[in-house]
Design a protein around this ligand. Structure first.
Ligand SMILES: [Ca+2]
Ligand SMILES: [Ca+2]
Ligand SMILES: [Ca+2]
Length: 232
């Protein structure tokens, strides 16, 4: 059996077990002032309309400088759905809510810590850090198209103490099959891609180099086989 055929035979298992998800990350690091007192600042992260796949999971990373976190409500919206990340933490415990400074945290349904639990007088800065459970589940976006605008809105509800959004990132797990196996660039992973990889096998070339490593080898063959049949 030719070498390439033997490699196909032993790697074809990848076709069955290949991961069927991909992460898509969109960020903004533009500094955005948060108007003080019942005003909002919004960051719009746009996933291009040609992005394929539906949402399997979402996390939102937020870096905010603000001297009185109890002033703030932060929410994320997309495709007619929205979820609140924090909502005036500490209101009910203290008259003006949590008096801590700054946020550098990732909101994820997988977290166990709540923002309420992280707020303590004299606590660290940033007071909200690490992974934080959002007030409302980000699962509301599951099943929606990944494409389109994802809007993170920060509202300051109380005069005195303003702040700035330093950066925001949204990380989306999709059910789209990764498509770097489309080495011919025609929008499908099929026999033509397999043939190109095999024709270039063992060579230092960009032709058929699915993973961009500079040479065509077993890793590239596995990528094509793992994505075989995908529309990109
Ligand atoms: Ca304020
Ligand atoms: Ca192709
Ligand atoms: Ca390669």
């Amino acid at each position: 059996m030719p070498l390439a055929d033997r490699m196909i035979a032993c790697t074809v298992g990848a076709l069955v077990t290949a991961s069927a998800s991909a992460d898509l990350v969109q960020c903004s690091s533009a500094s955005l002032p948060i108007p003080d007192g019942s005003s909002s600042a919004s960051v719009v992260l746009t996933v291009p309309p040609d992005a394929v796949g539906t949402v399997q999971g979402v996390t939102v990373s937020v870096d905010v400088a603000h001297e009185w976190l109890g002033d703030l409500t932060i929410s994320v919206s997309h495709g007619g759905q929205s979820a609140i990340l924090i909502d005036r933490v500490g209101i009910g415990t203290w008259s003006f809510g949590c008096g801590g400074d700054d946020i550098d945290a990732t909101f994820t349904d997988a977290a166990t810590a709540s923002a309420d639990a992280l707020c303590s007088p004299g606590g660290p800065s940033p007071m909200f850090f690490g992974e934080i459970l959002p007030t409302e589940s980000l699962g509301v976006f599951t099943g929606s198209s990944v494409a389109g605008d994802w809007t993170i809105t920060v509202t300051d509800h109380n005069l005195i103490d303003a702040g700035v959004v330093n950066s925001v990132c949204i990380s989306i797990t999709t059910d789209a099959v990764p498509c770097n196996g489309d080495v011919t660039g025609d929008g499908a992973v099929d026999l033509a891609d397999l043939n190109l990889v095999l024709a270039s096998f063992g060579q230092t070339t960009t032709q058929g180099d699915a993973d961009g490593s500079g040479e065509v080898d077993l890793a590239d063959l596995n990528l094509v086989l793992g994505q075989f049949g995908a529309d990109c």
